[in-house]
Structure formats: C-alpha cells, structure tokens
Design a binder for this molecule. Structure first.
Ligand code: SF4
Length: 641
C-alpha cells in the first residue's frame, strides 16, 4: 500500500551496539502526523522514564513531516527532539530547522531518524539511499560546524547534506545547537545531547521523492497559497545586510520570507535572519542604522561554535549591564569585560564557556545559573534581559499578553511558533492604535478576530485574565499541527496576520494541504483535535520524564513582581493593548499577579479535561484522544488521574 506524503520508514541507530533497524512510518503517521508529534511518540516508546539527558538511553530524534518535499508551502522544515539539560532541570525539548537537511533525510528513504546509545569514540553517520554507515569522526572533533560541513562534503560528495555540531556541543554547553545545510540552526540544547553521544555529524543523500495522494488538488492549493503570499507579502528587506546580501529561500519552501545570505570569511555564505542577527552588535536597523557584515559577527561565531543566539543575546546584555554598574568585575569573572563590543571579548567569552573555565562554566549553564552563582543585585538584573527559565531572550511578555503565560509555563522552552500567534494580531492592532496601520484593524476588528480564532471575545481584553486559558489552548492546538506538518512559522504567521485576519470567513488551508498530501480527509475541527492529541502526547512525555505537573508549570518569577517598563519590549515600547471594550490601554507598570496566574492555570487544566489540583492528564481525555496506550503507560507510574 502506498503511504502518500511519507518515505515509509523510520531509521533507528544504536550507537552503543553499532546496530540499525527500521520501523514502518504507518505505525505512527495517522495519529501523530510527523515532526513534533511523531518525535514525541517515538520518544515515549523508546526512552525509559526519568532518563537523564546525557544518559545513552536518551534518544535524539530528527523528524520530518508530510509536507516536506512538496514545494510551495514553506513546509520542508524538520524538528530535532530529545531530553535536554537546557534550562533548570531536564525536559523533553525541541528545535525547528529549515534548510535542506530534513528533506534530504526523506529523499534518503527515512521520515525520521532516532539515535540512541553512545559511541565509544567520535563517529558520524552516513545515510545514502536507505543504506547506513557509521564512520570515524576523530578528524572532525573540535572543528567548527562550517569546517566540519566542508570536510564532509568533500568526503561524501557535494550533493550530500550535512547536519553537525560544533565545539560547544562536544563540551556539553547547555545551550549548544545543532547546525545543518543552508545555515539552519536548531536550539533547545539538543546539540549537547548529540555531543554526549559522540555523534559529530549525520550526512544524508538520496533521490526518493514522496508522492501526494491528490496531486491536482495540491497544485491548486499551491497556487492559492502563492496568491495569498502576493496579497500578504513578507518584508523582503527586513534582514538585508547593507548592500552585501541577497534574498535566500530555503530549499523546498517555494515562498520565502526576508531571509538573506551574505558572503563572509573564507568565501562562505552566512545567514542574516530574525533574532539571530541581534546577538551581539545589534540591534542594527531597529535603531535606524543599516545592518553590516560586522554587526553579524556574533551570528557567525554562534553558528560556527554551535551556540544558541537566543540565549547568548540576553547573556551579553546582562554581563554588559552588570559590568557598567560594578556588579561584576574582570577579576571576579576572568572575562575581558573592558572589551565588550569587540571581537576579542566575544571570542574569549565563547572559548571560556566551551572550556568551562572559571565563571564561564556557570555561563555555560545559562544566564540564570550564572546569576544564581553571583547572587545579589546581579541576580536581580536578569529580569531585564531574560524571558524564560531557559535563559532565552525576552519578547512576547505575559504581563502584556496574559495568554502567553500559559504557553511559557507548559512548554520546556520558548515556544516561538505559538507566541507569534497573539503577537501578530496585537502588532497589527498596535499600528491602528498609533494611527500607522490600516484603519480596518481597529479594536472592534481585533475582537472579531480573537473571537473567531481563540473562541472567546473576552480574550480580546488584554487587561484581564478572562478567556485567556481558552485562547492559549486554541493557540497550542494550531501550533502543534504546524510543528508536525511542518509549516514554517515565518511564512504562515504573515499569512495569518494579514490575509486570514482580513478574510475571516475563508477556510484555513492547513487541513486541505494535509488531506491533499496524505489522502486523509479532515477539516479545521479535525486538525484541532489532532493538535490536542499532539499536545497531550508531549505532556505525557514530560510527565513521565519528571515534569512535576502543576508545580512545574511556572514562569521566571520576576513577571510576578517586576513592573513592566516603558521601552522594555522592542516591538511595543509604549506597552499598549486593547483593553475593556477595546479601549487603547497603557499597561506600563503591570505585573502578572500570582493568584491570577494560578487561576488561569486552573481554568486551563479544566478546559483541557485534566486534573486541576495536580495538572496531570486524565485517563478519560487521553482515551478520547485515541491515546489509550499512553494513558496505560502513565497509569503504571500513578501519573494519570
Ligand atoms: S519562509 Fe523563510 S525561513 Fe521559512 S522555509 Fe521559507 S525561506 Fe525558510
């Protein structure tokens, strides 16, 4: 039987025994689609409860979705998942990557790759047209991601696609990334997991293209998406580099965004893209200056050594502020603090973190860990620079948009694909409120959009907590579908923000794309149900791996006591939101009251059908979502109500 949209196999590699096996994708595809959903279920099936991140039993899972390999939907993205040390404690985490590697894995014959065990010495995997080889990587250990990629392309063929880690991951820096073809970088701390497995790289090559169940319908949908993108075009100059860069569209995207590439050291091409551009010399164009190649040094170094820019960005700002106010000294830290702003400072900082030297060893655990070590006022200051328990940067603040509190609290890391959802409507409303945008996106219209999208008009008043639990759930259902198909948030966020927000009665296209590719008939309601299943699946993985339910659903504490300041949020410095009856309301000075937060959590658990006291899923809900096997597994450990 043809499995449309998939290659049909999942590859499992055990590095300890140097053995491989194949699983049929059919065992997973119907219930878990691909990407995050597929990875969460594979993790559930293969990893024992409470496994440690660096334990050989932990699995590193790379998973594509059914849309990968079909051009025109910004859908050739892929996920890397596994238990990570990122942040406080350990949790199942994830990264979402673009570029060519994910599709190349599918073309090589596999929808997903599961790596378990630990190699005795550094190795790399070479997967070509279904065949798998484990090769020595001694000559690659210690090299940057760029140098490793060049060496492996020379060894395996220019057409091969390379996924690799840098020295930060080899040395288990908690926010180490993995890096793949076309400058795709995956966060969530999973680079360190790959490093702990002694797996330096995975090279893939092949030509096995997937087939769609309804190719004519899919062509028609691609043409509809193209028309929408013309109506709602991305700002193509957003990440331009001062006359040096060109637009670059990820392989298999077919739509594009503002992603640029520019030439840099050794004649290589580097990316200029999104938050990564602001890591060190930024904020560049946001302050009205053109972005230059020099501005992007931090991005290049982070990608080369394999560090998460979303963590390093806030960390450097925190270090600079503490140094300026004499809360941190060169003697105390061993860092070249008087040289902040130079290449020398950044290279020294990275080198010391990688080698876990002196104070930098605490920084390698993330800004929060380093601030805990220093204590006092330096610790208090992190509230200005850090937005999550994983030390990631601040942007979509729960004091401004209360529904995001539940997203932050129930996710192991900053779930940017979900946070963009409310942000994109508030941003559009903000333009109207300041008289800059289209007159149509008024408070009234914002309420209509929120009612339709988030299931409650009350959620449109951002000065209250009413309707926010329902809104968070709606955002999560859609977010999990997006992360499993997988559709790129950059393109689809823009489409939802403009085209679908202006055409409220248009049926969304995600369910139709899924049906045309896989042949499974479904609609928006059906996709929401799948989203709910996938969210519950990930929750079950978290719970069995040690997430303490309700107690674990929390935020960085300062949101509860540090008042929101003017200028604190780069995209909404005046802290304006639609308030009661749509009134333009300034929420400067607001904190997220702890009791309100706990009330929102209770509403959330209740609406999800979970146990309100413990935050654990219930057997009834899991069974209703076709997760009877998962309910049974949790029951064995007393973790279901
Ligand atoms: S929208 Fe941009 S980031 Fe997303 S897949 Fe396309 S080119 Fe890549």
């Amino acid at each position: 039987m043809t499995l449309f949209g998939y290659s049909g196999h999942i590859l499992k590699v055990d590095l300890s025994t140097r053995s491989t096996s194949r699983l049929p994708t059919t065992d997973y595809a119907d219930r878990f689609i691909g990407g995050r959903g597929l990875a969460a279920k594979l993790f559930w099936d293969m990893v024992p409860p409470r496994t440690k991140a660096f334990d050989p039993d932990n699995c590193l899972i790379c998973a594509t979705g059914p849309v990968a390999g079909f051009n025109g939907f910004a859908g050739s993205r892929w996920q890397v998942c596994g238990k990570s040390v990122h942040g406080e404690g350990e949790a199942f985490s994830y990264g979402n990557l673009g570029g060519k590697w994910g599709v190349a894995l599918k073309y090589a014959g596999y929808d997903a790759l599961v790596v378990q065990g630990q190699a005795e010495k550094p190795v790399y995997l070479f997967i070509a047209d279904g065949k798998v080889q484990l090769k020595d990587a001694g000559h690659l250990w210690g090299k940057t991601t760029f140098d490793t990629s060049d060496t492996l392309k020379a060894e395996c063929g220019r057409g091969a696609s390379v996924l690799t880690i840098g020295p930060a991951a080899e040395n288990r820096v908690s926010f180490a990334t993995i890096f793949a073809e076309e400058e795709a970088s995956g966060s969530g701390g999973l680079g360190a997991v790959m490093g702990a497995k002694n797996l330096k790289a995975v090279v893939v090559a092949g030509n096995q293209k997937p087939r769609a169940a309804q190719p004519d319908r899919l062509r028609d949908l691609a043409s509809q998406v193209r028309k929408i993108v013309k109506i709602a075009p991305y700002d193509r100059k957003l990440w331009e580099v001062n006359g040096k860069s060109k637009l670059h569209i990820c392989y298999g995207c077919g739509l594009g965004c503002g992603r640029h590439v520019y030439p840099g050291e050794k004649g290589r091409k580097f990316k200029s893209f999104c938050q990564a551009t602001e890591v060190y010399f930024g904020p560049g164009p946001l302050e009205g200056k053109p972005r230059t190649v020099a501005h992007l040094l931090g991005t290049r170094l982070c990608d080369g050594y394999g560090l998460d820019t979303a963590v390093l960005c806030g960390m450097i700002k925190w270090i600079a502020a503490c140094y300026k106010d004499n809360l941190m000294t060169e003697k105390q830290t061993g860092l070249m603090l008087s040289k902040i702003g130079t290449r020398e400072f950044l290279e020294d900082l990275i080198h010391k973190m990688i080698n876990q030297q002196g104070f930098a060893k605490y920084l390698a655990g993330g800004t929060i860990q380093a601030a805990e070590h220093l204590g006092g006022e330096a610790k208090e200051r992190i509230g200005d620079y850090v937005g999550t328990l994983n030390s990631e940067n601040k942007d979509y603040d729960p004091r401004l948009m209360p529904m995001t509190a539940l997203i932050y609290a129930t996710e192991p890391r900053r779930a940017i694909q979900q946070l963009h959802d409310p942000h994109c409507y508030v941003r559009r409303w903000l333009e109207w409120a300041k008289g800059e945008g289209e007159p149509s996106f008024s408070s009234d219209y914002f309420r209509r959009v929120v009612e339709k999208r988030y299931g409650s008009a009350a959620a449109a008043d951002l000065t209250t907590i009413e309707g926010k639990a329902q809104a968070a759930i709606k955002i999560q259902e859609k977010g999990y579908v997006k992360e499993s198909l997988i559709l790129c948030d950059l393109s689809w966020m823009e489409m939802w923000q403009t085209y679908f927000a202006d055409n409220l009665d248009q049926p969304p296209l995600e369910s139709q794309i899924y049906t045309a590719i896989t042949g499974h008939e479904t609609d928006e309601e059906g996709m929401d149900r799948i989203g709910s299943r996938l969210f519950n699946m990930q929750r079950a993985v978290q719970i069995i791996q040690g997430w303490p339910g309700r107690q674990g659903d929390r935020l960085v504490d300062y949101y509860h006591h540090q008042p929101l300041k003017q200028g604190e949020l780069f995209w909404n410095p005046d802290c304006l939101v639609p308030g009661k009856e749509g009134e333009i309301t300034d929420v400067t000075g607001r904190v997220l009251d702890k009791d309100d937060f706990e009330k929102m959590k209770s509403d959330f658990y209740q609406l999800r059908g979970w146990d309100v006291e413990s935050g654990l899923p219930t057997r009834a809900v899991l069974e209703d979502l076709d997760l009877k096997d998962v309910a049974k597994g949790l029951a064995l450990h007393g973790l279901v109500k």
